[in-house]
Design a protein around this ligand. Structure first.
Ligand code: SF4
Length: 364
């Protein structure tokens, strides 16, 4: 891509021009558009995009932060492996401070557990190779984007002292769940650029064909998100057969990354998953396939998730994750709950809705 094009994409004039085009559309009813991507919320909050839209166009943050929807019971389980089974527990930095039932990984590390942050699953594999007398467990949290490198790590032939606690989830059946649930007003979806780079555009066609809901895959510049909003609003007001548009063609292909899809398909099988604040969503979890079950830490150590506190008293993350409440509706927002002392999961990662709103809130 030429620097000229990049210059245009980042230009505030371009953002305002698209915003003006949206304002000129004849919108006669409220249009609610949900995104399911923490990075999109980051862009929206950072650029103040909500303030550039007509009052009757709402941008709702859905369950797009993988750290936020990682079940507390699964974090507790991973921590138990470190505290009771003496493993070296590794995870991504975003997970380190997420509150779970008895405390975060950060808390248990301070209490003496061997818990370490890694930058990639291959770092955890390397740690296992370098510590052959210790068991090394990697807590794998994320959506399809993360599942791809994790499947590559599994296929790389890790040593016997390496295993995984998986809390991986897939997006398309979660969209189906949100629409079937019907509790949140959703007139269209802004679809996640990173996830779509793996799974492609075509897998979302069911939104338009079965549910008559338009979608637009968007990149992460402010104008990318606004162009997706414009696309969806135009589809809604024209009242024609909806489609799922790919507005991120510089990265997303019709059928996605076929090599990554094959790798994920070989390493994982799908099953029901527990989404924090939501509960079980059918067929949204990725679990190690039979061929790789020897790498499953749950089986290796004979542990299973136990009853957990998923949402702490007073925290509205269950509603924030479903787009039924705004972070500012929570009495703890920016008072008891801040990024330096997160009370709920949505305040930890930069992909969390509460964290994004906190970082870019207006302080008068
Ligand atoms: Fe939960 Fe904190 Fe967000 Fe409130 S501000 S909903 S306590 S994460």
């Amino acid at each position: 891509m030429s620097s000229d094009i990049l210059g245009d994409i980042k230009s505030p004039r371009y953002v305002h021009a698209v915003s003006e085009e949206i304002r000129k559309l004849k919108i006669e009813k409220r249009i609610s558009i949900m995104h399911v991507c923490g990075t999109h919320e980051h862009t929206i909050s950072k650029s103040g995009l909500r303030s550039l839209l007509p009052e009757n166009v709402r941008l709702i943050a859905g369950p797009g932060c993988p750290v936020c929807v990682c079940s507390s019971a699964e974090i507790d389980l991973a921590i138990r492996l470190a505290t009771e089974h003496g493993v070296i527990l590794t995870t991504f930095g975003d997970m380190y401070r997420v509150p779970a039932t008895g405390g975060s990984m950060e808390y248990f590390k301070a209490m003496g557990a061997d818990i370490r942050v890694v930058y990639s699953p291959m770092d955890a594999v390397a740690l296992a190779r370098g510590n052959p007398t210790r068991e090394v467990v990697f807590m794998a949290v994320g959506f399809e984007t993360t599942a791809a490198p994790i499947s590559a790590a599994v296929l790389s032939g890790p040593p016997e002292n390496f295993s995984l606690v998986t809390s991986l989830k897939v997006i398309p059946p979660a969209l189906r769940f949100l629409l079937d649930r019907g509790a949140t007003e959703i007139d269209g979806f802004i679809l996640p650029g990173h996830v779509s780079a793996i799974i492609g555009r075509k897998v979302y066609d069911f939104l338009a064909e079965e549910y008559k809901v338009p979608g637009a895959i968007a990149g992460f510049e402010a104008v990318d998100v606004l162009l997706a909003v414009k696309n969806i609003v135009e589809q809604v007001v024209s009242n024609t057969q909806p489609v799922v548009s790919n507005l991120y063609t510089r990265v997303v292909k019709e059928n996605g990354n076929e090599k990554a899809i094959a790798s994920i398909g070989r390493v994982f099988r799908t099953g029901d998953a527990n989404w924090r604040g939501i509960g079980i969503i059918p067929d949204t979890g990725l679990y190690l396939a039979e061929e790789f079950e020897h790498l499953d830490a749950r089986k290796k150590f004979g542990v299973a998730p136990e009853k957990a506190v998923e949402i702490q008293p007073g925290c509205l993350c269950d509603k924030v994750i479903l787009g039924e409440a705004e972070p500012e509706d929570c009495a703890l927002f920016a008072t008891t709950c801040t990024p330096s002392k997160p009370y709920g999961p949505c305040m930890v990662s930069s992909e969390g809705t509460c964290r994004a709103r906190y970082n870019y809130r207006r302080v008068d």
